[in-house]
Design a protein around this ligand. Structure first.
Ligand SMILES: [Zn+2]
Length: 351
């Protein structure tokens, strides 16, 4: 099996392309907003923010994005076949599925709609805060001294990381199910990374067994839709509130799958994957979520994350040299949730 780190690299590559697309598409307008702010003209700044647009930001990156989609698909396949040389696609048993191109179209659409809405909401909120603030040093669209990114670029990176995770995770699930179906498997299991960051939903979904054929159909449907609202109903996220967890706990596995919980992601930045039936042990029994909840929540505060999670040796070295154990845990947690940019931001806050 390929190391889980390979999947994180794939997600990062998606996220880097999205963030580069954002900077290319919005660079001039972002500078114009900062100039308006500098001139104290907040009305113009707000108007300019409304003109920020990410539609078409990925147009120049289509070939790279398609390559990444194929890599994410093969990653999912090898969770079934055992290694990357024995997957249906690498053996030439199947053509490149047309759904991969659809997944990239979906990615592009989600940038022009929900993701952009989140970014402009952030920009308007920050502008209103700056307008009433007595601190003239707040810069939203210009780098602060020594900063690697502007505030808006940092927010854009978060959005990019989230969208990248969703895309890579959905494609990987599709790859797994494709090979499981060809191989004649009838069921599969969900496997999650279990550490101090695992949420109650993922802890409970770890080890759940679902039906291959039904999930394959559902995934095809999810990858085929162009409407973000459709996608929400086909691939919904379980409610993480206590009431939501209680509802999840009352469902048997067939009901969970019927509601769209048959494969990750269960939320943005979800680390769950699909795997062969019989390989996951130590899961919580169906109906046992509420009884296990105190243990799960205790585990979450009792972090013990290895610094090795951070792939970049330079960043890892600085975290080790500059911070104590508690600070190191916070940076590693932020790295897992938000990538290198987020880890750098937390490091510079703490160091
Ligand atoms: Zn989770």
């Amino acid at each position: 099996m390929v190391l889980p780190g390979a999947f994180i690299s794939l997600e990062r590559s998606f996220a880097d392309i999205i963030a580069t697309g954002w900077r290319t598409a919005s660079g001039e307008l972002v500078q114009a907003v900062q100039s308006a702010v500098d001139a104290g003209d907040y009305d113009t700044a707000h108007d300019l923010v409304d003109r920020l647009n990410l539609a078409g930001a990925l147009d120049g990156f289509w070939p790279q994005l398609e390559d990444l989609a194929v890599a994410a698909f093969i990653f999912g396949e090898q969770n079934y076949s055992g290694n990357t040389h024995t997957t249906a696609l690498s053996r030439g048993d199947i053509p490149i599925p047309p759904e991969l191109a659809k997944a990239i179209t979906q990615l592009s659409l989600s940038l022009s709609q929900p993701a952009m809405a989140r970014l402009s909401h952030f920009a308007h909120t920050m502008l209103r805060a700056m307008e009433t603030s007595t601190d003239p040093a707040v810069a939203l669209f210009r780098k602060a001294d020594g900063a690697e990114k502007t505030l808006i670029d940092r927010e854009a990176q978060k959005v990019a990381d989230m969208v990248a995770n969703l895309t890579a995770s959905r494609i990987a699930s599709f790859g797994f199910l494709t090979d499981a179906r060809i191989g004649g498997a009838t069921t599969y299991q969900v496997t999650e990374v279990l550490d101090g960051l695992t949420c109650p939903v993922c802890r409970y979904m770890h080890g759940r067994t679902f039906d291959v054929a039904a999930e394959y159909e559902r995934t095809l449907e999810a990858l085929g839709t162009d409407d973000p609202k459709d996608l929400q109903s086909i691939a919904p996220w379980p409610d993480q509130s206590r009431a939501g967890l209680r509802r999840l706990n009352r469902l048997d596995e067939a009901e969970m799958q019927a509601r769209g919980y048959g494969s990750p992601p269960y939320h943005p930045s979800c680390r769950g994957l699909l795997t062969r039936s019989g390989t996951v042990t130590g899961g919580i029994a169906v109906g046992g979520l509420m009884a296990a909840l105190p243990m799960i929540l205790r585990g979450r505060s009792d972090n013990d994350l290895s610094l090795d999670v951070i792939a970049d040796p330079d960043l890892r070295g600085r975290v080790r040299d500059l911070l104590g154990p508690e600070g190191q845990q916070m940076v590693v947690a932020s790295y897992i949730e938000g990538g290198p940019a987020e880890a750098e931001a937390v490091l510079s806050d703490l160091a």
